[in-house]
Design a protein around this ligand. Sequence first.
Ligand code: ATP
Length: 266
Amino acid sequence: MDKTQDRKSRSVRGIVPENHPRRESILIRERLVEALDKDVVVPQGLIAQGRGECFDYLIGERTRDFAERAILEAAVLLVEAKNPVISVNGNVAALVPREIVELADTIPAKLEVNLFYRDETRERAIEKVLRDAGAKEVLGVGEDASETIPELFSERRRVSRRGIFSADVVLLGLEDGDRTEALVRMGKKVIAIDLNPLSRTSLTANVTIVDNVTRAIPALRNKILEVKGLREDERKKILTSYNNREILKSAMRFMADRLSQLSLDL
Ligand code: ATP
């Protein structure tokens, strides 16, 4: 039996009881392992998910106030952007394929495959996931990723000229700190979704949504529908009253307070 078949035979999909307290999280893991076998996710992506799960535990696996406020900010930025681009990596494609395509259609924004571990097999695998989910155009695949982000080395710097390279607002789900910093230095407004408020990505982005992509992406889409109905001055007020440092502080405080409370309740 090869490794893929062996993993399939050990899959718990279909046998996790409906009332299992960790059901959702177990099924998400299964989804990522299946994506690993299709070249959509790399093993390092599983480790990133594990780090994310730990922070999700600390916020009680719910979208909290600090994430809601960042989602509102992100919605206004995306609606007002001239060339908004959603950067899609393997984990995002595996976890929320349909939701990310719906989000792109709603804004409307371009979708670009953007990988830390880039190779054409993975680019094509992720493109296929997005097209199967309804995407009409997917940037950043093959020759299309021919521009480079300054100051970054290796394959990580390749982006699409029509996409991230010329974008004014970029939405990143699970990104590494170097690339986030480089995009901010290029003058782009960067929105990051990252469960870890301490990561360099979280600290560098203009807007940090400390939440799971599985909850944040659908919530962002709903918020965009609302924001489209707001007046110009209402949107402006939202933009000018936002402070990302305060959002990160409040996420960190929330985690610390929740742990203190839980320790008292033991
Ligand atoms: P940085 O380079 O920004 O300091 P890092 O080294 O932690 O961060 P990665 O290893 O690329 O970066 O991890 C990606 C980030 O994505 C992690 O901070 C992790 O908490 C977060 N993450 C993982 N899974 C999810 C998820 N499902 N939703 C939101 N964030 C997630």
